[in-house]
Design a protein around this ligand. Structure first.
Ligand code: C5P
Length: 218
């Protein structure tokens, strides 16, 4: 009585983009509002979970009742996720930059006199989802996202295997969901696919939180 479905559970959520500095004023980043990740954190908290939200730079308010760990880069995001373990479940909704500049200049880079662009070498960032999926303290349920424009479910299945996670929320971004209020997703596991209708991001979050609660109790 009075006990919520996720009471006593700790869930880790990543959200937003990462910013990878090139110099003190420039960075490379993915496009991400953080709306879906923040909505998921809020929905999990509403079901009683203790939620740690590791978020890149966003303009959104911190969701109520959620412990927010602000980070900037992918490496900071990975460290904050590892520091948050153990967790019963983890949802990786962040749009992490795949690469970062190999060197970060201490001063603002000057435009070359000949009007040429300066060379920019990139190095790969850690894959946070893949790292946590194979971590000694792996959360019991690991959920990744996949933004796809075609053959959404097929690509999601491949990603599931490659990353070692349990579920992929496959996001059909062939429409206009980027930064928008709605999302069109498929919940893909190694043995099933659920096609969800196009829903407000808060509804996608609530459904996902419900599915997580069912699974942690099964
Ligand atoms: O490989 P891709 O970027 O398409 O995978 C998307 C999923 O992997 C998302 O869940 C995203 O949060 C996660 N990811 C990550 N760390 C990365 C790249 C992606 O956690 N460096």
């Amino acid at each position: 009585p009075g006990l919520l479905p996720l009471s006593g559970k700790h869930v880790l959520v990543t959200s937003g983009p990462t910013h990878e500095p090139l110099d003190p004023v420039r960075y490379i980043a993915n496009r991400s509002s953080g709306k879906q990740g923040h909505a998921i954190a809020a929905a999990l908290a509403a079901l009683g979970a203790r939620v740690t939200l590791v978020s890149g730079p966003v303009t959104l308010a911190d969701p109520a009742g959620v412990a927010v760990r602000p980070v900037e880069t992918a490496r900071e995001m990975l460290a904050a996720c590892e520091a948050a373990l153990p967790a019963d479940a983890a949802v990786f909704a962040a749009a992490v930059a795949d690469w970062r500049p190999a060197e970060v200049a201490g001063q603002k880079m000057k435009k070359p006199a000949d009007d040429a662009a300066p060379p920019m070498a990139l190095v790969p960032n850690p894959d946070i989802l893949a790292t946590l999926s194979r971590h000694p303290m792996r959360p019991g349920l690991v959920i990744g996202f996949a933004a796809e424009t075609e053959r959404v479910v097929e690509h999601a299945r491949a990603k599931l295997a490659r990353k070692g996670c349990d579920w992929i929320v496959a996001n059909d971004v062939s429409g206009d969901v980027m930064g928008g209020a709605e999302n069109s997703v498929h919940l893909v596991t190694s043995y099933s696919v659920e096609d969800w209708p196009r829903l407000p991001k808060a509804e996608v979050a609530a459904r996902l939180a419900d599915r997580i609660a069912e699974t942690l109790h099964a």
